[in-house]
Write a protein that binds this ligand. Structure first.
Ligand code: HEM
Length: 136
């Protein structure tokens, strides 16, 4: 990921944060529409989960220029996800829901360059989490 891509991700995420709850709601609605079989993995009441997701994304996005911190965070997040019954195959549908949500939330500001940057970031995040899940 280039410095410019990190800037695009950090700038776009700071805008999504201003509509954090709406964005998280859109994200999970999209996820459960695309993959209804994932719904039972989550609690009935999603309000805390939405907050946790946005907070964790914020921490990941803030650590993009600090690979060691990011790696430590993602390895531990990946290991926790194993205990939730998540499989590595489920990462692509979550990634697709995230990109879709960003597009909805940011509108025209979600430029092709911003999309490419997020795809690269999500790929890196999912790879590190998945490796930690396979190795754990
Ligand atoms: C960018 C990738 C992801 C991020 C940032 C993320 C973030 C989080 C966070 C912050 C939590 C709260 C608990 C904790 O911190 O351990 C969580 C829980 C959970 N996540 Fe993820 N997650 C990601 C990918 C996925 C994927 C691919 C799935 C697949 C379905 C998934 C399913 C779950 C489930 C089932 C829970 C537990 C809910 C519960 O029982 O309370 N997550 N996630």
């Amino acid at each position: 990921m280039t410095d410019n891509q990190v800037t695009l991700i950090q700038t776009s995420f700071s805008k999504v944060r201003t509509i954090a709850d709406a964005a998280a709601t859109l994200f999970y609605e999209r996820l459960f529409t695309l993959a209804p079989e994932l719904r039972p993995l989550f609690p009935d009441d999603m309000s805390e989960q939405k907050k946790k997701l946005m907070m964790m994304l914020g921490m990941i996005v803030a650590s993009l220029k600090d690979p060691e911190t990011m790696r430590t965070m993602l390895v531990s997040l990946g290991q926790r996800h194993m205990s939730y019954g998540v499989t590595t195959e489920q990462f692509s549908i979550v990634g697709a829901s995230l990109i879709w949500t960003l597009e909805q939330g940011l509108g025209k500001e979600f430029t092709p360059e911003t999309q490419t940057a997020w795809l690269a970031a999500y790929h890196a995040i999912a790879t590190t989490m998945s490796e930690a899940m396979v190795e754990a």
